[in-house]
Structure formats: C-alpha cells, structure tokens
Ligand binder design. Structure first.
Ligand code: P6P
Length: 340
C-alpha cells in the first residue's frame, strides 16, 4: 500500500479553498466586479449548511415528506424545502443577482425589479436533486446554473429563456460520504471537497477530464419497454458487449460517477415523461456544460443539449451524456432509428 503523505508533504495547492480559488480567478480579470465570486461564495455557504442538515436529518427529524407538492407535481421532502429556503436566503442577499429560479418555485424570484446594471446575473437551481434517496441515506445533491441577466428583458420569464450555451457557470454539490463540489466557469472543470474540520471546500482537482470510454451505462431500465427503438437497440448492443449498469436514481450521483469513472448516463423519453423527465434549465443544462467542459458530450434526442432554445423555466428533456465514445455508441443507434 503506498505511503500516505505526512502533513508536511501535503502540497500547497491542497490547501486552496474555493474562496481563494475564486479570488485568484477574479484577479485575472482586472475589470471584474467581484459579484460573480460573491454569488459562487453564496452557493458554497448554502451548500455547506445543506450538507450539515442532510447529515443530521434523521437526528433532527427532518426526513420524510411534507404534505405539499412542488410545481412539478412531486411530493416535497422536508429537506427539499429547507435546501430551497437556504439557497434563496444566501443568494437573495448577494449583490449581483437579478433573478433566482428554483425547481421548487413555480415562478422565478425577482430580487430587484429596478433592473439596475449591478445585477448582471441569474441563478437557477435544483436545491436537492434525488431527495427521495434521503430516507435511505442515499446520495443527493444540489445542481446550479448561472446565466447573465439582460436588463432589456421585458420579464423574468423572457430573461430566463436562454440556451445552455449562454451559461457563464454551472456546478453541482454532491452530498455523499464526502461533500463534493464540481464547478465550471468555462475554463475546464474544478473539483472541491468539503473538509468539515475547517468548514472549507478545498481544491482537489483543477482540470477534471472525463474518461473517453468506459463500459458502464446508467439508466432506469425498468422503463425499457417504453423506450424508442434506438434506445432499445443500444441497450441490446450494450448487453452483448459486456457493459455493466450502475444507477443511483439521483442525477448528481449518476453523473458524478460518469465524470470520474466514465460511461454514459441516459434518461430517454418514457410513457410517463414523453419528452424526458429531467428539467432542462437547472438539471440537464448545468450537467451538460460540466460534461462538455470535461471533454464529454451531451444530447437530448438528436440535439446537443446546450443548444436547445427553452420555452419555459420548468420544461423537461431527455438526456444522453457522458464519455465521448460512449455517447457516440448511443447516438449511432439513435441515428439508425431517430426518436420522434
Ligand atoms: P427515476 C430525481 O427525482 C430525478 O429528477 C433525477 O435526479 C434522477 O436522475 C431521476 O429523477 C430518476 O428518475 O424515474 O429513475 O426515479
């Protein structure tokens, strides 16, 4: 077994907190206002708080569901509401944000109607993705996307209608055996791990690259009878070519595995979700930006996910995302039988 590094051997960059990383990045842009850094710092604070609440959920009696449904018609878990309120509270007090939008809120929240210039950003998030895993101590996560705010927009809805290519930053925080933040602001993918002993996210990987190939697919095969022929043909091909399957039922967990080990994550259209289940603006788009920035690919049907022009905040989509070679295997089968 290789020798563990003694404290004196720990390299200096292992002690680079996310705040130090963001300030160092900001320093490279002399005209930077610092508002972008301030927004990401708010997400860091909120997700540290959410991580702590998830770890103590059963002790604090906040597991289980509310007697309410969100705009998606999904029963809200108590921690969905806590995570949502935490993010809105932390982000809402930060200069630089004009609008926040959440999976848990029907309408976007205008933070300042004056449309003033110093609020150049929009934050969108799924506060606790996969929250149904909580009761069984499964992995859950927060997914976020940052867009620029065009002050000329006539309404928040219009301001939000931007394709994924317009994102200026995207990321997720995975609440698992450790709390991991994976972030991109368009210059590759950075990974941070929360050190709970000091309460800081520490940089552990600067330019994360997704493996080009790996014989693993991640999807809910229970729906496979409902899949379009192209997806069925891909599954048959994978079964005949020695693939294994991994599926956590939480997008953050499944995509994080693909980011680290390679493979492909798919959520095809089903009878219950004819255009796909995942939300374009705050699940598929941020994940697609991260995957592409790490060297992977992401499609929704036959369209590059990031190029979909959204019609509404909560619209859903199908996804095929992951290692470039593995996405190619899926797309080859879809090209032979394109889904409607
Ligand atoms: P299914 C969680 O509810 C979620 O939105 C994603 O995180 C996850 O990938 C998907 O739904 C799981 O859906 O139908 O397999 O339970």
């Amino acid at each position: 077994m290789s020798e563990l590094p003694t404290p004196t051997e720990i390299r200096s960059e292992q002690l680079l907190s996310i705040q130090s990383y963001l300030l160092a990045e900001e320093a490279q842009h002399p005209h930077a206002s610092g508002r972008f850094t301030w927004i990401l710092s708010a997400i860091s604070l909120a997700t540290k708080f959410i991580a702590a609440r998830c770890r103590r959920a059963r002790i604090e009696g906040v597991l289980g569901s509310m007697d309410t449904e969100n705009v998606q018609g999904e029963v809200q878990q108590k921690l969905d509401v806590i995570a949502n309120e935490t993010l809105i509270s932390c982000l809402g007090s930060r200069a630089g944000l004009a609008i926040v939008a959440s999976e848990e809120n029907d309408e976007p929240i205008m933070l300042h109607a004056d449309n003033s210039s110093e609020r150049p950003y929009i934050a969108l998030f799924d506060p606790l993705d996969g929250s149904s895993n909580l009761d069984t101590c499964g992995t859950v996560g927060t997914i976020f996307s940052i867009l620029e705010h065009d002050r000329r927009s006539n309404s928040p809805e219009e301001a939000l209608r931007q394709s994924g290519t317009k994102q200026v930053a995207a990321g997720y925080v995975l609440y698992g055996p450790s709390t991991v933040m994976v972030l991109t602001h368009g210059k590759g993918v950075q990974m941070f791990v929360l050190d709970p002993t000091i309460g800081s996210f520490l940089l552990v990987e600067k330019n994360l690259r997704i493996p080009a190939a790996a014989k693993t697919y991640s999807m809910n095969e229970a729906y496979s009878n409902e899949f379009a022929l192209g997806y069925k043909n891909y599954l048959k091909w994978a079964h005949e070519n020695g693939y294994s399957t991994r599926y956590a039922g939480a997008m953050v967990a499944d995509v994080h595995r693909v980011m680290i080990k390679g493979g492909v994550f798919l959520y095809p259209p089903t009878a219950k979700a004819p255009v796909g289940k995942l939300r374009l603006m705050y699940e598929a788009n941020p994940m697609a930006m991260l995957v592409e920035q790490a060297g992977g690919k992401s499609f929704s049907g036959m369209t590059r996910t990031l190029e979909i022009q959204p019609d509404s905040l909560h619209q859903r989509t199908s996804v095929v995302m992951g290692s470039p070679d593995e996405v190619d295997h899926v797309m080859r089968h879809l090209e032979e039988n394109p889904p409607e």
